[in-house]
Design a protein around this ligand. Sequence first.
Ligand SMILES: Nc1ncnc2c1ncn2[C@@H]1O[C@H](COP(=O)(O)OS(=O)(=O)O)[C@@H](OP(=O)(O)O)[C@H]1O
Ligand SMILES: [Mg+2]
Ligand SMILES: [Mg+2]
Ligand SMILES: [Mg+2]
Length: 318
Amino acid sequence: MAYEKEKEIAIAAVTGAALLCQEVRRQMVPEAMAKQDRSPVTVADFGAQAVVCKTLRELFPNDPIVAEEDAAELKTAAMAKPLQQVSQYVQAIIPEATPETVTRWIDYGNGSVGPRYWTLDPIDGTKGFLRNDQYAVALALVEAGEIKVGVLACPALTIGDTTGILFIAVRGAGAVMQPLSGGSAQSIQVAASIDWAHFRFVESVESGHGNQEQQSAIAQAAGITADSLRMDSQAKYGAVAAGEAVLYLRLPSPKSPDYREKIWDHAAGVIVVEEAGGRVTDMTGRPLDFSQSAKLVNNRGVVVSNGEIHDKVLAALQ
Ligand SMILES: Nc1ncnc2c1ncn2[C@@H]1O[C@H](COP(=O)(O)OS(=O)(=O)O)[C@@H](OP(=O)(O)O)[C@H]1O
Ligand SMILES: [Mg+2]
Ligand SMILES: [Mg+2]
Ligand SMILES: [Mg+2]
């Protein structure tokens, strides 16, 4: 099958990173360090990025990686202690890790968008991770602007009687989910609109990451009467792909009208939903454009659905 090697390496890398995140949560109450944009980052974000970038670079040395974090701050003297912690967590997954190699591996993620690249969010939903709620490790391969492979680990997500879910999709080959702790893969499909128990929508926990008032109004216009499920991270894409909800709305926040969505906050989730039979566009109906830069400069807002209700949602947005 096409992209077999990419898929296997991506699964190994993301699983290692998710284990690291779970280990951090078990051993400590992670502290948030503030980035320049004042958003939080933790030792687990850095550790997860080191694990994934090191694995990818070894197997695909020519592929750029566009990842959320970088090690510039972490290399400063003031950060010696957190760097030591990052290095120890990474060592549990990759024994040869040292503070020096770890910062180098993290900076493999400073690549640029090009004809073929990987994009990584080492922890998507850092605020969720800090709150002991949902978070995800999200990795995707993009070629000529088209997402080809996506692997999304959601360690805190429960579906059926499994907690800790790994979503995997390859373009044209469908989407599956499997227990993060190992076990067999099961093919997934979005829910049909007649499935009333799942005829509901998901949105962010953080009100500043969307426009909850408008999101409720649009969901209602599409016939959804149930309250929203609020969850952090791309676990929302997983919920739509696995048929737990029929719609995920992320409309521009009135507090940050000029915000542009980042590619790593969407790429893995988009292919998982599309391969499960769903549809993803921006709020004007355009496909998300992953060919430009780390930001989705040609898109505003994101609409993710089971496909069936997509046009109705877009019409309500006009
Ligand atoms: N203003 C604004 N608008 C839209 N999106 C924003 C904004 N600010 C931040 N972010 C990005 O949101 C990412 C996580 O958002 P989620 O909505 O998935 O999770 S959460 O419910 O907010 O925790 C989060 O990803 P992580 O940084 O990886 O956690 C951010 O990249
Ligand atoms: Mg962040
Ligand atoms: Mg993110
Ligand atoms: Mg992140």
